[in-house]
Design a binder for this molecule. Structure first.
Ligand code: ZN
Length: 120
């Protein structure tokens, strides 16, 4: 019997915000983020390596909400995990607090509130 691995289609970025920030995040406008640890959940059905490499680069065109954080000098990406679990299920399994409603969840249809959560 052939055993195929499920494809990794989602990822989580563990972010560390080293001081309280006020950042303009595209159309969300100005948002306040307390210092702390955050998890951002995203999906990349193709080109996962390139997507993650992009998140780890500070210098880039600001396209997604998360870009406004990953390009910021006071935000560090301290970990990256990949998963086979669909984006919203993965995000909803994170025990954390939505600080910025709508962040990263413009096309979310599962009522996540945001795809960025502040964690313990
Ligand atoms: Zn969602």
């Amino acid at each position: 019997m052939e055993h195929r691995r499920l494809p990794e289609i989602t990822y989580q970025l563990h972010l560390r915000i080293t001081r309280p920030l006020t950042v303009v995040v595209g159309r969300l406008g100005e948002v306040d983020l307390p210092a702390g640890e955050y998890l951002y959940t995203g999906s990349a059905k193709k080109h996962m390596d390139a997507r993650i490499a992009r998140h780890l680069r500070r210098d880039k065109l600001l396209r997604w909400h998360i870009d406004y954080l990953t390009s910021h000098p006071d935000v560090e990406v301290v970990g990256v995990k990949r998963s086979v679990i669909p984006e919203c299920a993965l995000n909803q399994a994170v025990a954390g607090e939505v600080v910025v409603p709508g962040f990263g969840s413009s096309d979310c249809r599962h009522h996540c509130g945001a795809h960025l959560k502040r964690i313990g």
